[in-house]
Design a protein around this ligand. Structure first.
Ligand SMILES: C[S@@+](CC[C@H](N)C(=O)[O-])C[C@H]1O[C@@H](n2cnc3c(N)ncnc32)[C@H](O)[C@@H]1O
Length: 268
């Protein structure tokens, strides 16, 4: 493991690295693996939620680039670089696609170079910032340099909002971001829920909180009302991440294994 800058505290678990562990990545430390193992003991399908969510993200970006003609993406809560990063999926379809990545984990910052491997026709930037300060993201010079807010932008809030409990006023945060988007823009979001397996998924949430991470899972109706009011949901609407335009025909995991809702909507 390379030497870490001091701001990366490897002795405390962090959501980005736990997620990376669940989706089979390599960027996690003992504290992350320990918390991930505790979560899995209490909520054994947690890794399925993470993998289904990641699959949704790729399909949503593919849909936006191929079918909706979107060429600009603001991806908040990027996670550690892995396969199918937003610019890779989008630029395979449209090499001119531009992506601004945002995360608040210093470890993601140290790996940001991997997120900046844009096709020459397109552009990417990485901003170390916090979703809870949306103005700082919107006003950041790199956001303004890479994204043209006169043209449609896809705002990506994928598997991040459950790390923003109600006390941080997520509806206001989302409102600020959506207000900045022109008509014809899209919002892509996913969210963990406890509604299909309340005991295990609540226990998993408790484990994360006990390890120092803010977390508030929300039921699908609450998620839909929080993120998509005033927007036009793209079919099939807000569904389990595994059921959002699946590209395979084989058996899919059960709702109580997925525990993650997802949706894509257009700003009219
Ligand atoms: C579960 S990962 C999701 C990664 C990616 N969006 C995906 O769905 O594959 C959540 C990411 O959100 C980031 N995150 C959590 N809270 C955040 C906040 N308040 N501001 C910025 N990033 C945050 C974490 O560091 C982590 O990288």
């Amino acid at each position: 493991m390379p030497e870490m800058p001091p701001e990366v505290n490897t002795s405390e678990p962090h959501p980005a690295r736990i997620y990376d562990y669940f989706i089979g990545g390599k960027n996690h430390f003992a504290a992350d693996r320990e918390t991930a193992a505790q979560v899995l003991r209490r909520s054994p399908s947690a890794h399925i939620a993470a993998r289904e969510n990641r699959g949704f993200l790729g399909r949503a970006v593919g849909f936006l680039a191929a079918e909706a003609g979107i060429r600009q993406f603001l991806d908040i809560g990027t996670g550690l670089p892995t396969t199918n990063n937003v610019h890779e999926v989008a630029q395979e379809i449209a090499p001119s696609a531009r992506v601004v990545y945002v995360d608040n984990d210093p470890l993601v910052l140290t790996h940001a170079r991997a997120l900046l491997t844009s096709a020459p026709e397109g552009r990417t930037a990485y901003i170390h910032a916090d979703l809870r300060d949306p103005a700082a993201i919107l006003d950041h010079p790199d956001t303004r340099a890479v994204l043209d807010f006169g043209q449609p932008v896809a705002l990506m809030l994928v598997a991040i909002l459950h790390f923003v409990p109600d006390e941080f006023k997520p509806a206001e945060i989302i409102g600020t971001l959506v207000d900045a988007l022109p008509r014809g823009s899209y919002v892509v979001a996913s969210h963990l829920t406890t509604e299909h397996d309340p005991l295990a998924t609540s226990a998993g949430q408790q484990t994360m909180r006990a390890a120092g991470m803010a977390m508030q899972k929300r039921d699908s109706g609450v998620f839909a009302d929080l993120v998509f009011p005033g927007l036009e949901l793209v079919p099939p609407g807000v569904v389990l991440a595994s059921e959002w335009r699946p590209t395979w025909v084989g058996p899919r995991p059960l709702p109580a294994e997925v525990n993650c809702y997802a949706g894509v909507a257009r700003k009219p």
